[in-house]
Design a protein around this ligand. Structure first.
Ligand code: ADP
Ligand code: MG
Length: 888
């Protein structure tokens, strides 16, 4: 029996080869396919008289085939099928490429239906590669009665691909729209089995379709109005989930604690004074708001918006600086490895005059600013030590950096920060609320207990809550702990590993003396239980009458060893013991805290029995400028700061649509720019939807430029399939002006900063959204050089050119995004990668009303039952998140 989980291969007509292609689109089961929504409808609900065809528009034409013939084009090396269709009054030319069999299927005199986009050449309008159907014959009868408009004319039986509203899907090579429509028509009834998790009263209140109905209708609507009601329901799903998630994050934050970061005025001023530019007023204002938030004991949750090139990085750097100076840790997350590496370089430079330790940790590399040429930045372990084991190395770098820079892999993995107080997320829109939730609810409580250099970590539950408490106030006896650690490292360096316990104890005693630490050796301490003396404890050292230090040389330190120390410790008046073990491979530290003695900072509301959560301050950066009113709908949990002005002295980027016959002239111009010392980006679009990494197009363009156009210039290539190290090498060479032209997929879209680049070339520009094109354009014009953006379009249709034309005069990302929506017009649904928000596939930024409703509905649900117990299906859906925020 057919179910939602039926594999697609099990359906008739889908063989192994087709299944493989579907898999490329991540379609494996019937459910996957049902939820693979079209991105556009061709509106063929009217038959257009041939005489009224307009280039650039889609149309359906019905007529008689007057002529059909195959030709070979040697220049373009392909088969061309040419046909002429007449509807009595007029006729129109039709061309198909590499489908010679069409001339076998269709005969002169056949009555056919043609649908597609109308192009234009010297002879007037024509159809290029349209869908076609023979009307006399009965084509496959599709299994969705009632979903089609009445079919045309006496002869018009069964036109499904060329009449009515015809859905279009993103495809991959070897799959056709016809196939996909056919497969869907076979399983569309299964939509009835989809669960609808939206509570009925909400559905009623906001007049939403049932989910099953919406899914059916989004594939096969009768009218555009019907398609819109379907879209509205599915968009509502996305928006209410987003709202529920942000509200839960918000709720969590409201109850969480954070480490207050004091504003270091002197150091901040000094840092700002050393910049080689003056901060803009907006940069000052936003930085001030952020630094004030940081001073609070409640976690900041702020979004910094500023168009591309507005200078958000340096504002973030001010926050990072203050956190590092306070001795706490900060993490900076970027959406790509390229950007992470760039931030590492930028910050290493910005903080050159400080001794702040910066670490770069991505999947493929681990580096610190001490590796560069620095001698003043102290990562303590020797370079050789660190190189030994790259995993340990990562751990080491993370724990010992003041600022850790990485990609979101950093929060996906189980990583223990030393003392995380601030998380900065660059290009927030690439991450989404889920990642935000992960950061917010990360308690690094158990991490702080364990000192750097531990390669294994075992916690006893008894000490955990106290560690959390300790964390909120900062590390207990932090300075003293660091001195002790320092002494231990010195001893380790001098003696090496593998000696006896006594040897290390003796050497440490000398070292403590040398650095003037007050200590007692083997002091006798009374152990008391219930005020009765139960024995005497003689630890190796007591430092400054505050910290007990036990030195071991054991093959293994586990729970037993730690509990032993802890059981002694709790009978004393001391708060902290350090268990230090000299393994044969490394030194291992364990902090053990005495609960009874721990300063009693209110563990919150004992009645709620809820552990109080520690959360880092959160700063998100985005170049997708969303008006405040709208931001609530998307970022219900964030406060917002905006940088409006761009740094002084920036020139407008001259933007031009370049016709194909001016291509040579454009290349000549580029050459002149390069001779003048500048550099050039070339962006290529994806040519195949399943080639998500965009490898194909980029390779082709690279070859062409490298071999034919600029054989004398060094050209670089960048795409998603390259190893991170390769990518970074290319970026570095581009930054150093060794590579003159960088051919790339949209990976450069976000954040990349190469001020010397002055020309941005975009191939196939019509395939990108306006906001996205604006982002690309933002990669140039980042210095005093006049910069240029050239758009090449594969379509000369007037509507498509008019859309690109808006870029010439508009420089506001949000306005452009809005215009894009208008240009899309009826029948156009959405562009997944264009919404700019990972959670929004169907909903757009401009669904104002729907967003308000979804927000209202989400708040009402949480109000009724903050744990969502009443709606088990809904709860299942966001359970991963709920677990993270401990609502269970
Ligand atoms: P974005 O906001 O897009 O992340 P960046 O932070 O990368 O922008 O800044 C873009 C460029 O502008 C960088 O090269 C940066 O050094 C420079 N910049 C930042 N602030 C100023 C300023 N106030 N005056 C001049 N240049 C600035
Ligand atoms: Mg940036």
């Amino acid at each position: 029996m057919l179910t939602l989980d039926t594999k697609l291969e099990a359906l008739g007509r889908i063989g192994a080869a087709t299944a493989k292609k579907l898999k490329k689109l991540e379609l494996e089961t019937a459910r996957d396919l049902l939820l693979y929504f079209p991105f556009r409808y061709d509106d063929f609900s009217k038959v257009t008289p041939i005489a009224e065809l307009k280039p650039g528009e889609s149309a359906n034409v019905v007529g008689r085939l007057e002529l059909i013939q195959n030709k070979r084009s040697f220049r373009r090396r392909m088969h061309i099928t040419e046909a002429l269709i007449t509807d009595g009054d007029s006729s129109v030319k039709v061309i198909w490429f590499n489908q010679p069999y069409i001339a076998k299927n269709l005969k002169e005199g056949d009555r056919i239906s043609i649908a597609g986009k109308v192009d234009e050449d010297f002879s007037g309008p024509y159809f290029s590669a349209p869908s076609y159907e023979k009307l006399e014959s009965r084509v496959e009868h599709l299994d969705h009665p009632g979903l089609r408009p009445p079919l045309l004319g006496k002869e018009g039986i069964g036109a499904v691909h060329t009449q009515g509203l015809v859905p279009n899907y993103h495809l991959t090579e070897g799959l056709t729209q016809k196939q996909l429509r056919f497969f869907l028509s076979q399983i569309i009834k299964l939509a009835e089995e989809l669960t609808d998790w939206l509570p009925l009263d909400i559905r009623k209140k906001y007049k939403l379709l049932s989910y099953s109905e919406a899914v059916k209708k989004i594939h096969f609507p009768k009218t555009l109005a019907e398609a819109e009601t379907a879209r509205r329901r599915i968009a509502f799903n996305e928006l209410i989930l987003l709202q529920l998630q942000s509200q839960l994050v918000r709720k969590e934050l409201a109850e969480a604690h954070a480490v207050p970061i004091p504003f270091q005025e002197e150091a901040t001023k000094k840092f700002v004074g050393r910049l080689n530019f003056k901060l803009t007023n907006d940069q000052r204002k936003t930085a001030w708001a952020i630094l004030r938030d940081l001073e609070r004991a409640r976690p900041m949750s702020r979004l910094l918006e500023g168009d591309v090139g507005s200078g958000k990085t340096v504002v973030a750097a001010l926050a990072l600086l203050n956190v590092a100076l306070a001795g706490k840790q900060a993490v900076l997350l970027a959406p790509t490895e390229i950007l992470a590496a760039q931030h590492f370089a930028t910050l290493s430079k910005l903080f050159e005059e400080t001794n702040i330790r910066i670490g770069l940790v991505t999947r493929s590399q681990t580096r610190t600013n001490a590796d560069e040429t620095r001698t003043d930045v102290d990562f303590t372990q020797t370079k050789a030590d660190r190189k030994k084991n790259s995993e340990g190395n990562k751990d080491y770098v993370i724990k010992n950096s003041d600022i850790v820079i990485g990609t979101h892999a950093l929060i996906q993995d189980k990583i223990n920060f030393r003392d995380l107080a601030l998380a900065v997320i660059d290009e927030q829109h690439r991450f989404g609320v889920e990642q935000r939730a992960k950061l917010v609810t990360r308690t690094n409580a158990d991490d702080t207990r364990t000192e750097a250099d531990t390669t294994t970590r075992t916690n006893t539950d008894k000490t955990r809550t106290h560690a959390e408490r300790e964390n909120r106030e900062g590390l207990l006896y932090e300075d003293l702990t660091y001195k002790i650690r320092g002494a231990i490292f010195t001893v380790k360096k001098q003696l090496g590993l593998g000696h006896k316990e006594k040897v290390y104890q003796g050497a440490l005693e000398e070292e403590f003396k040398k650095i003037n630490l007050k200590f007692d050796r083997e002091k006798k301490i009374d152990i008391k239980y219930n005020d009765k003396k139960a024995g005497i404890y003689q630890p190796d050292f007591v430092i400054d009458d505050k910290i007990i230090v036990e030195i071991k040389k054991l093959p293994f330190v586990g729970k037993i060893e730690k509990e032993q120390v802890w059981s002694y410790l709790k009978g004393t008046n001391y708060e902290l013991a350090l268990l230090v073990n000299f393994f044969n491979t490394d030194v291992h530290f364990e902090r053990i805290i005495n609960s009874k003695q721990s300063r009693s900072v209110g563990v919150k509301s004992a009645s709620s029995q809820r552990k109080s959560v520690f959360s880092p301050h959160l700063l998100s950066l985005t170049a997708t400028p969303i008006p405040r009113s709208l931001a609530l709908g998307i970022y219900g949990d964030l406060d917002i700061s905006v940088i409006k002005e761009s740094p002084l002295g920036r020139k407008k980027i001259l933007t031009k649509i370049v016709a194909e016959d001016k291509r040579a002239a454009a290349y000549k111009f580029i050459r002149e720019q390069i001779m003048g010392g500048r550099q050039v980006f070339v962006i290529c679009p994806l040519i195949d939807f399943s080639d998500r990494l965009g490898v194909k197009a980029v390779k082709q363009e690279y070859e062409r430029l490298d071999k034919q156009i600029f054989p004398d210039l060094k050209i670089g290539i960048l795409h998603g399939k390259m190893k991170a190290a390769e990518k970074e090498k290319v970026m570095r060479e581009f930054l150093e002006n060794k590579i003159k032209i960088l051919v790339s997929t949209s990976v450069v879209e976000v954040g990349v900063d190469v001020p010397n680049a002055s020309v941005m070339i975009i191939e196939g520009a019509e395939r990108f959204g306006l906001a996205q094109l604006h982002q690309f354009r933002g990669r140039v014009g980042r210095s005093v050089h006049q910069s240029y953006c050239f758009l090449f379009s594969e379509s000369a249709a007037p509507a498509s050119l008019a859309r690109l034309e808006t870029l010439v005069n508009h420089f506001d990302g949000f306005e452009l995004a809005k215009m894009d929506l208008k240009f899309r017009g009826a029948g156009q649904l959405f562009g997944t990668e264009q919404s700019g928000f990972p959670e929004l596939k169907i909903a757009t930024l401009f669904d104002y009303e729907l967003m308000k409703e979804a927000r209202e509905a989400a708040l009402a649900l949480i109000d009724q039952d903050s744990e969502l117990k009443k709606w088990p299906e809904l709860k299942t859906l966001i359970r991963p998140l709920l677990e993270k925020v401990h609502l269970e």
